[in-house]
Write a protein that binds this ligand. Structure first.
Ligand code: AMP
Length: 354
């Protein structure tokens, strides 16, 4: 079997490696700052754990390899402007928007999108970074350094946020996990829960939307679609051409997790419909210290990313999976974590099936 190189050596790369190991696949995440000559072979495969990257010695070697799967898709989706254009072209619902140009005015934003408008930087924004609210009531103006660099989006008064993770093979075969319900606090994902019976009614609509996109891009591997649910409608907020944080629960809750599915797809291995186990939840560890007492909590699985702990930084996650809902509730009661975790824990409890 050939080697699978991953552009990027963060937690997603590490989890791809973990998933590839039992399949006998040598998965090698590459630090983008690495300066060594990589021993790339002609029949190796290259993928990425991030949608954009600076040009470095390492990324240049990887991005010029003939087998870099989805290479042309990354710049299309990494730029919010071209991503929105793709959605519009395919007639997929998304929050109303316009590009912020050199001569764009806040008044135009209020006139066309309403009194609250969210500007998002075209590139590099993640976890709520790269956002700027324009509020008519406060007479906000567009700062000069946002002109030509951002899109402006209508504020969506959504009922809840859901995401869909799907996988597509080279032959166009597609499989999807059940929709995941997500809680973001200040733009950053804190908790997920899946599967939920009450979301079943949106599943086929979501699959059709993401499937259309993956087909149009001739995409191979795992892609995630984050949506706002507004009544019966799903509006696409964001697409990620890679494994995604809202799919981490599949490590505990599915016989084939998102990381294995991505490895299988890009390596041209068979895909199957995943078996979903029991009830899963995921809690991101954001700016909190490692606490091995968590391991005494039944149903819990710890993933610690070996990063320095800093406020607002994702340093790990906890997966929970069991068929016993009382065990999940007890687990949540035992998670003694600082603000804003009590909010996330209450949210999980409120959304667990009765
Ligand atoms: P993003 O970086 O685009 O994924 O946004 C992060 C989070 O900000 C989302 O998950 C939402 O909670 C919130 N958000 C993003 N776009 C909007 C919008 N148009 N209206 C309201 N909230 C939004």
């Amino acid at each position: 079997m050939s080697t699978l190189w991953v552009l990027g050596a963060g937690q997603l790369g590490a989890m791809l490696k973990q998933a590839g190991t039992p399949l006998g696949i040598d998965v090698r995440p590459v630090d983008i700052e690495a300066t060594d000559e990589l021993p790339l072979q002609a029949n190796d495969i290259v993928t990425a754990e991030r949608e954009e990257w600076p040009e470095t010695v390492a990324t240049k070697q990887l991005a010029t390899h003939n087998n870099f799967v989805n290479l042309a898709t990354f710049p299309q989706l990494a730029d919010r402007l071209t991503q929105k254009q793709w959605l519009d072209r395919l007639d997929l619902a998304t929050a109303p928007w316009f590009p912020v140009e050199a001569d764009s005015s806040a008044q135009h934003a209020y006139d066309t999108l309403g009194e609250r408008v969210l500007m998002k930087r075209r590139r590099g924004g993640y976890d709520g970074k790269g956002q700027y609210w324009l509020k008519q009531a406060e007479n906000s103006e567009i700062p000069d350094d946002w002109k030509g660099q951002a899109i402006a989006e209508q504020a969506i008064n959504f009922d809840e946020e859901v995401s869909l993770v799907g996988v597509r093979s080279k032959d166009g075969e597609k499989y999807f996990y059940p929709l995941t319900l997500n809680l973001h606090i200040n733009g950053i994902l804190y908790a997920s829960i899946s599967p939920l019976k009450r979301l079943d009614q949106y599943q086929s609509k979501a699959e059709t939307m993401l499937g259309k996109l993956m087909d149009a891009l001739d995409y191979v591997g795992v892609m995630a679609m984050e949506c706002f649910r507004v009544g019966d409608d799903l509006l696409i907020n964001e697409l990620a051409p890679r494994v995604h944080n809202s799919g981490h629960w599949t490590q505990a809750g599915s016989n084939v997790c998102q990381f294995e599915n991505h490895v299988r797809a890009v390596m041209g291995l068979p895909l199957v419909s995943a078996e979903i186990k029991n009830q899963s939840m995921m809690v991101n560890l954001i700016g909190v210290d490692l606490d091995y007492q968590w391991l005494s909590i039944p149903s819990l699985e710890l993933y610690w990313y070996q990063k320095d702990v800093r406020a607002g930084r994702k340093v790990g996650h906890l997966n929970f999976c069991t068929g016993n809902l009382t065990v999940l509730e007890t687990a949540l009661d035992r998670l003694n974590m600082p603000a804003p975790y009590p909010q996330a824990i209450e949210w999980l409890k409120a959304n667990l099936p009765a």
